[in-house]
Ligand binder design. Structure first.
Ligand code: MN
Length: 294
């Protein structure tokens, strides 16, 4: 099943180019802040999944193209990310890397602000007036299904609810000039496009055999396969749950393969992950200058 959320906070099942509104089966849905209803839906999926399926049967299809999408989970408790998790990516950004040749195996994970999420219906907004370099990173997102604490890797896949496409947009450091913390550089509003939907895990036979592609203005920039992850999905869940509790609806960005590169206002960025989905976002300059310039 593919689950999507519209900018009106309607929850739907997506089939092909059609959206079936199932909001009535989602307790607490709606725009009231904080919009945590997808976390609860995922947490209670055993009971609510059949209700969602029944609502899908009763719903009339709406063309997906007529809707604007939010992130398929608008407010996860955590957005966690793996640094340097593909061998060929390590070293490709040279002195602008803070990984210093170390992989996710040695570095562990970092956090992105939940506030940086944006859906397929949004745009990537770069800070107005900035001369810094901003890069695209194409990543498979893992959506957690059950509360997870100290989960060994052998059991970890049982904690996965589904998958989505994620761009980890990043402001690069300027060595010796500007070397902000990773969380600052990756947490600008709209720097984590997520979507267009969540595909439930039962539809993905092997998440470690998915082609992961990204294009800028239709030109292929990244083309890799999730089989080349250094720390695979169960090992990521083991690692993160050894430090903190993962919650239903939490998002893990599993790391980018090689081919990262700059984006500028006017660009159109497309991510496509095999069997998961595809979405295109426009890159724009933020409408307002921030009081603190970057
Ligand atoms: Mn990344």
């Amino acid at each position: 099943m593919k689950l999507a959320v519209t900018t009106e906070h309607r929850v739907g099942v997506v089939e092909g180019d059609r959206f079936f509104d199932v909001t009535e089966a989602v307790p607490g849905s709606g725009p009231a802040w904080p919009p945590m209803y997808m976390n609860r839906l995922i947490d209670q999926w055993a009971a609510l999944g059949p209700r969602v399926a029944a609502a899908r049967k009763a719903a009339a299809p709406v063309p997906l193209a007529s809707l604007k999408l939010l992130p398929p989970n608008p407010c996860p408790v955590h957005v966690i990310a793996a640094p340097a998790n593909y061998r060929k990516h390590i070293g490709e950004i040279g002195a602008r890397s803070v990984s210093k040749g170390r992989s996710a195996e040695q570095q562990g994970f970092f956090m992105k602000a939940t506030a940086s999420l944006v859906g397929a219906g949004g745009a990537i907004e770069l800070p107005r007036g900035s001369t810094r370099r901003f890069d695209h990173e194409s990543e498979l997102a893992v959506i957690i299904g059950r509360r997870a604490r100290n989960v060994p890797r052998a059991e970890a896949m049982g904690y996965v609810f589904g998958y989505s496409c994620l761009m980890d947009i990043t402001m690069r450091i300027e060595p010796g000039v500007a070397e902000e913390e990773r969380v600052t550089r990756k947490s600008f509003e709209t720097f984590t496009p997520l979507g267009p939907w969540i595909v439930t895990a039962d539809e993905i036979a092997d998440p470690h055999a998915l082609r992961n592609q990204l294009w800028v203005n239709g030109v292929a920039k990244q083309d890799a396969n999730t089989r080349d992850m250094i720390v695979d999905i169960p090992a990521l869940i083991e690692l993160i749950s050894s430090v903190m509790t993962l919650n239903p609806g939490d998002v893990i960005a599993s790391g980018t393969p090689e081919g990262v590169g700059p984006i500028v206002p006017g660009d159109k960025v497309t991510i496509g992950i095999e069997s998961v989905g595809e979405m295109t976002l426009q890159v724009v300059e933020a409408a307002q200058f921030a009081p603190r310039r970057f």
